[in-house]
Design a protein around this ligand. Structure first.
Ligand code: GRF
Length: 209
């Protein structure tokens, strides 16, 4: 069985998509074995508990604002469940090499833009403010540079003339749920690899399905 850990900070709709479409999907031999949340009052925690998934809270504040100490605690908890994949699904805090080096090429992140356009925390608003006609969603390997690792899956989302932050965000979330589910399923099926000759390229064998 493929073991997945999910890191969250807020609503957890992407976590819910993984619970519904991967964890509870008998056709995918994978389980979410732990959820780590950076806020003690996030709705995502309730989603994990409702699915009987072990949920742990590790706040930056509880580690004196020290990201390396916080990540040390995250690594300690993750090692208890030996994850094959660590999914940052709406984890809204910068991580350090303490986490990334503990799980090399096993930490992935979801970002609501077509990277490298619009990195950072406000990418949906930034894409609207910039007047872009197209934005999108990226699932990528996490690296020390924020939103900087090689893409695994990307899907464009058109920005419509009447879009507001709310209407665009709603469409983006639908795409996020779909491509995050797809990316995690592909990992669980052993169909994602780093290209050994071009390290910025991820080889994704999705068989067109
Ligand atoms: C998503 O838009 C994700 O891309 C961003 O934070 C949001 C999390 O949403 N980084 P949810 O908590 O999964 O509902």
């Amino acid at each position: 069985m493929y073991r997945i850990a999910v890191m969250v900070s807020g609503n957890g709709s992407n976590l819910q998509a993984l619970i519904d479409n991967v964890h509870r999907n008998a056709r995918v031999d994978a389980q979410i074995v732990m959820v780590i949340c950076s806020k003690d009052d996030a709705p995502a925690l309730e989603r994990a508990r409702a699915a009987d998934i072990r949920a742990e809270v590790v706040t930056l504040e509880s580690r004196g604002g020290d990201r390396q100490r916080r990540d040390g605690e995250v690594v300690r908890l993750l090692r208890l469940v030996a994850p094959d994949l660590v999914v940052m699904a709406g984890w809204m805090s910068i991580v350090t090499p303490v986490l990334l080096d503990a799980f090399p090429d096993k930490v992935i992140n979801l970002h609501p833009s077509l990277l490298p356009a619009f990195p950072g925390m406000n990418s949906i608003a930034d894409s609207l403010d910039w007047g872009a006609k197209v934005t999108g969603v990226t699932v990528h390997l996490a690296e020390e540079t924020v939103d900087g690792g090689p893409p695994i899956l990307q899907e464009p989302v058109p920005i419509l003339p009447d879009d507001t932050l709310e209407t665009l965000a709603e469409r983006m979330h639908g795409v996020e749920h779909r491509i995050l589910t797809r990316a995690v399923t592909l990992f669980a099926q052993g169909r994602v690899h780093r290209d050994p000759t071009r390290l910025r390229r991820m080889i994704v064998n999705d068989g067109g399905s």
